[in-house]
Design a protein around this ligand. Structure first.
Ligand SMILES: C[S@@+](CC[C@H](N)C(=O)[O-])C[C@H]1O[C@@H](n2cnc3c(N)ncnc32)[C@H](O)[C@@H]1O
Length: 285
């Protein structure tokens, strides 16, 4: 696995990471992604139902969508009769969500310092944000604080690259090309966590009834080029692993990527890519 993103289940780095540098890198990256996130939205959107189900979102549920991005999860919650609020660290994402869903409040805010009083939500939900937070334990403590007793938290994360090929194909190609980590990419907490690690983090933050479920589905992508550019345009930490390389290494990565994509090709030329996601849930006692 490519080191700057952390390996599956890899132990915490011996040297403490610079969580502020990591968070700054993430925030700046997402700020630039609001208009190019279109590729990943339909893929992450397929987890929304599971997250809303896990927190039992229904009529009048006071729900916080953390890392709300384009706001699709908050909108789906509102369709169920819930009262959603979205927060996101990137002002451009907040503007995009507010424009798409004018009836829902979206605000700039961080998972590590949630704007809101203690016990103010019935449910906290985050679709693919937990893996972008420099201090996961602080984020979980914040979710615990803003939940009322009995309130529920559910977070989705990408499963390990060997299962989640939507990112794994490019990560494997980078590794196959023996591309060195580019300078200026701050290391963060482990990107792919095992179920046991996710469970332990939730339990350490005081959550009860903690469970991890797995979602597996297929993303149909028109062709290899669309997948290549889609990931490079929608992700934050993977693109520099490619664009930060010398041209010959970039060419090696692309050749490896084409080779790895080939077995996923269907008769019409499209790709059928396995997607694998963990949904971790817990209840504030
Ligand atoms: C992968 S996108 C997911 C967006 C949306 N939840 C979805 O599923 O389409 C990650 C989002 O989390 C936001 N984000 C990253 N770090 C954050 C943090 N510490 N606090 C709040 N939002 C954060 C990003 O700006 C981005 O909108």
């Amino acid at each position: 696995m490519v080191q700057p993103l952390g390996g599956e289940g890899s132990p915490a780095p011996a040297i403490p990471i610079d969580a502020d540098a990591f968070n700054r890198f993430e925030a700046a990256g997402w700020e630039a992604r609001a208009s190019s996130y279109a590729f990943l939205s339909p893929i992450t959107g397929r987890v929304i139902g599971a997250l809303l189900g896990a927190v039992q979102a229904g009529p009048d549920t006071q729900l916080l969508d953390v890392g709300s991005g384009p706001g699709d999860l908050a909108a789906a919650a509102a369709e169920r009769g819930a009262d959603p609020v979205g927060i996101d660290v990137a002002p451009s994402m907040v503007r995009r969500a507010a424009m798409a869903h004018p009836g829902i409040p979206f605000r700039v805010g961080s998972f590590e310092a949630i704007p809101g009083g203690a016990g103010s939500f019935d449910a906290v939900v985050g679709n693919f944000v937990f893996n972008h937070v420099g201090r996961p334990a602080v984020a979980l403590a914040e979710a615990h604080r803003v939940l009322r007793p009995g309130g529920r938290l559910a977070l989705s994360t990408w499963d390990a690259a060997r299962h989640n090929r939507i990112l794994g194909l490019l990560l494997d190609a980078i590794e196959a090309a023996e591309a060195p980590p580019p300078p200026g990419l701050p290391p963060g907490p482990t990107n792919f966590r095992t179920d046991a690690e996710l469970r332990a983090l939730f339990e350490a933050a005081g959550f009860a009834d903690v469970g991890v479920s797995h979602l597996h589905y297929e993303a149909r992508i028109p062709d290899t080029d669309t997948l290549w550019h889609g990931v490079l345009d929608s992700a934050v930490r993977i693109p520099p692993l490619v664009t930060g390389q010398a041209p010959d290494i970039q060419a090696r990565i692309r050749a490896a990527f084409d080779r790895l994509c080939a077995p996923h090709a269907r008769d019409d030329g499209s790709l059928a890519i396995p997607v694998a996601v963990q949904v971790t849930q817990g209840r504030r006692p």
